[in-house]
Design a protein around this ligand. Structure first.
Ligand code: TK8
Length: 338
């Protein structure tokens, strides 16, 4: 009887310790502090997802893996953080794929305009073979790509006029991400494209160094661009993702258990962030209206015209990125569409 009881207590104790401290109890996990940087402010989708990731990591590691988050580009712009990760001076970040194309050119596929029709198609490609192969290519450059978060479909804002046709972009100094394809696309549409890090954008808009920019609704709202940009045109001209990155130099010092916990928390943050982004998008639109932005939506006919105008840029970069890769991309989109 007593022996029986002892076994039962032992079993119970084991079960308890495993659930209380998660996988971490029995696993090889050391106390660590992880610095995680991002470009938007704390009230943005990025800010909320960063906090979620930090909490999740703390939970699954039984409090051992502590993450400190730094928003508003306080650790630097996307490009600067990428370099810091490669050098091992910073552990983790989230940033756009556009500036990553400077390291792994294939990330440029996400800057090709008018590809995805819906978030569902984007999820399928990003979490499917193409998106995952691209992440693996980062390792040779000193980065570990963990998961994609949604940045989203981009729309144009400016301080000059509503954009109803490509011709309305004439003479507009439009900030674009630091990426050859974005530059080519907007110059071809008629704007004067100015590449610039996001961290400098609000001031550039405020001082009229540039007249306009393009970003998802969620960012236009959280970064308060409505204070300096009266016109918003819904174009959904491109869907760009964010990617959660780790320094490879640092990653290689982690135990397999630690790596597993970080991957697990990152996957949970991806699901949280995408849901949050989609819910926030509708809310943000209301805020922009309330703040007096003049909002128009580009017609399907004009989208078709713009598509035609930028076709030479798409053809040129299809050659540079690799026609097989672009074909694979289109095939994966078709599959998700059907
Ligand atoms: C934030 C950027 C931003 C992106 C841009 O660091 O640069 O316009 O859309 O989200 O990554």
């Amino acid at each position: 009887m007593i022996k029986h009881l002892k076994t039962r207590i032992l079993v119970l104790a084991t079960v308890l310790s495993c659930t209380v401290a998660g996988v971490a109890a029995a696993a090889d996990v050391k106390p660590r502090l992880i610095r995680f940087g991002y470009g938007l402010n704390e009230e943005s989708v990025q800010g909320r997802a960063a906090r979620f990731l930090a909490q999740e990591l703390e939970k699954v590691s039984g409090g051992k893996l502590k993450m400190r988050t730094f928003g508003s580009a306080n650790l630097g712009s996307d490009e600067q953080m990428q370099s810091a990760l490669v050098g091992g001076a910073q552990e983790m970040m989230v940033g756009s794929t556009a500036p990553l194309a400077g390291m792994v050119k294939e990330f440029g596929v996400f800057d090709l305009p008018f590809l995805f029709n819906s978030e569902k198609e984007a999820d399928a490609v990003l979490d499917g073979p193409l998106g995952q192969d691209l992440l693996k290519k980062l390792e040779a450059k000193g980065l570990v790509g963990l998961v994609y978060w949604e940045n989203g479909f981009r729309n144009m804002t400016n301080s000059k006029r509503p954009i109803t046709r490509a011709e309305d972009l004439q003479g507009i100094k439009l900030r674009v991400m630091q990426n050859q394809i974005a530059l080519g696309v907007f110059n071809t549409l008629g704007a004067n494209a100015v590449p610039m890090p996001f961290s400098e954008l609000f001031t550039a808009l405020e001082t009229r160094t540039v007249d306009g920019q393009e970003n998802p609704i969620t960012t236009i709202q959280s970064s308060k661009f409505y204070e300096v940009q009266p016109y918003l045109t819904i174009t959904r001209h491109v869907y760009t993702p964010w990617v959660v990155l780790a320094s490879k130099k640092w990653w290689d010092t982690l135990s397999p258990d630690e790596q597993k916990l970080i991957r697990q928390a990152a996957a949970a943050s991806r699901d949280f962030e995408r849901q949050d982004s989609r819910a926030d998008s509708t809310k943000a639109m209301g805020t922009l209206e309330k703040n007096g932005m003049k909002i128009n939506t580009i017609t399907p006919e004009e989208v078709a015209r713009m598509r035609q105008k930028v076709q030479p840029v798409v053809d040129k970069y299809t050659q540079e990125l690799g026609p097989e890769l672009v074909k694979q991309l289109n095939d994966e989109i078709q599959k998700a569409r059907n």
